[in-house]
Write a protein that binds this ligand. Structure first.
Ligand code: GDP
Length: 180
């Protein structure tokens, strides 16, 4: 099933000069780049990119809590709360600051089951929990506690759409509806 998905190489990938390597990984797997731009995203764009609803906040907060638990750490020590909703809201604020702090490389990739396959190649959201064969696991060892204590998002190099509706929304947001 031929699909399109949105990929963003985040400011950490650009700063660490990893864009070429990451693009090669997708090209070698067989994906086509059908659109791409190097851009400094606006605050408004990033605010619209990451969802503004309790379901998403809670899901991000729970990822944080799980990562602390895996390491035997208490999230209250760094975040002052163990409420996933509150944690998710703070992470969103950090994401908007971070994603607008420098240029990013946004791309539309096309290929067989692109949405699922690209996510698989990215690996777990938290690099220290990602398989070493994935992009996040190969190029980073960041974790929730490190990131939270430095008041920044987890630096995991890459964003990729999670589901078909998300891909359509995100491609239209970054490239216009003709690229969907
Ligand atoms: P993704 O779809 O795998 O990127 O994950 P999410 O949509 O759940 O989270 C969005 C982004 O928020 C992630 O890519 C990370 O940069 C950041 N993030 C996720 N969980 C945490 C966390 O526990 N702490 C911090 N500081 N950032 C996080």
């Amino acid at each position: 099933m031929l699909e399109r998905t949105l990929v963003i190489l985040k400011p950490d990938a650009v700063q660490r000069k990893l864009c070429g390597k990451i693009i090669s990984i997708f090209e070698e797997a067989g994906f086509n780049i059908v659109d791409a731009k190097f851009t400094h995203a606006s605050k408004e764009l990033v605010e619209r990119h990451y969802p503004n609803n309790n379901k998403w906040y809670t899901s991000v907060g729970n990822k944080s809590i799980t990562n602390y638990q895996e390491q035997g750490l208490d999230i209250k020590n760094t975040m002052g709360t163990d409420d996933p909703l509150e944690i998710g809201k703070v992470v969103k604020k950090w994401l908007v600051e971070y994603m607008t702090s420098g240029p990013v490389l946004a791309m539309v990739l096309e290929g067989n089951n692109a949405i699922k396959n690209v996510r698989k190649m990215c690996g777990n959201t938290i690099p220290s929990s990602a398989e070493p064969s994935t992009i996040r696991g190969r190029f980073s060892i960041d974790s929730s506690d490190m990131a939270n204590s430095e008041h920044r998002p987890v630096k995991n190099l890459i964003h990729a759409s999670g589901e078909p509706d998300e891909a359509k929304y995100e491609i239209a947001l970054w490239f216009g509806s003709e690229s969907v």
